[in-house]
Design a protein around this ligand. Sequence first.
Ligand SMILES: [Cu+2]
Length: 311
Amino acid sequence: MNMRKLAAGVAGMIVGVGFSAQALAAELLGQPTPDYIGLQQAASPLKHSAIFFHNAILMPIITAISVFVAILLGIIVVRFNKKANPVPAKFSHNTALEVAWTLIPVGILLFISIFSFKLLFAYHDMPKPDLTVKATGYQWYWGYTYPDQKIDEITSVMLSEADAKKEGRPYRLAADNSLVVPVGKVVKVLVTGSDVIHNFAMPAFGLKTDAIPGRVNETWFKAEKTGMFYGQCSELCGVDHAFMPIQIKVVTQEEFDAWVLTKAPPAAAAPAVTPVATPATPAAPAAPVAAAPAPQKTAQLDVAAKPVAMN
Ligand SMILES: [Cu+2]
């Protein structure tokens, strides 16, 4: 009796501590939160739909099916073991039952497909874009181009652990340069790869699009909040696959316009005077890209300059 009480108390405490820890630490936006389970907080319409599909459609169905199967198993174990049922029945077919266990799953799948296709179409029915950017995956960093703003490719390389710590940002998610976009605007992302297949993934926006050499995929998002959002390359692309984060900085339209101006007409800013001490830009095999990354931050490029081992 006492033992039982004690056990119940301990179990209650563990559950309580777990929940209150989750409640205490606010869930982070745009990056994973330690000790959390479930999908990352949404910051775009597509992600809201994806979360609805997962939480309201898939999870209840999965739970119901699991409980149903567990109950059936329990009944079989208890009622039809050798002791309880020494002489088993000899029949092996039951037409009504077989029709049922074929049609019911088909019905469940059809029901899921309604919502699944709706979500799939939402990804493809891009609203009229306000801004187009091109994201190119390289071994092992990202390049962002703004064709309409005439901004040459901005390379985005992961920060070293020391630099990330110094800036108080998440190591292996933080990069030197961001893909900067305005809040509340439809951003069309053209995704491609320069060497091998990468993947442009941003959990908070519900994005995951392959970056394939020789092919341009497209996806879109409309950021609902300003802030820094982190994602990662999500296609095994070689030895530094884990070290090419995607960093999207969402700012107000005014801040975005000001930022575009600082990137200047490439003709005036770019050529000739590359700083002498530039540690070799992570030379992508397909080289004629970005002459020099935004000059101010070149010191952090060491991360990706490891020897090429595979692709
Ligand atoms: Cu990659």
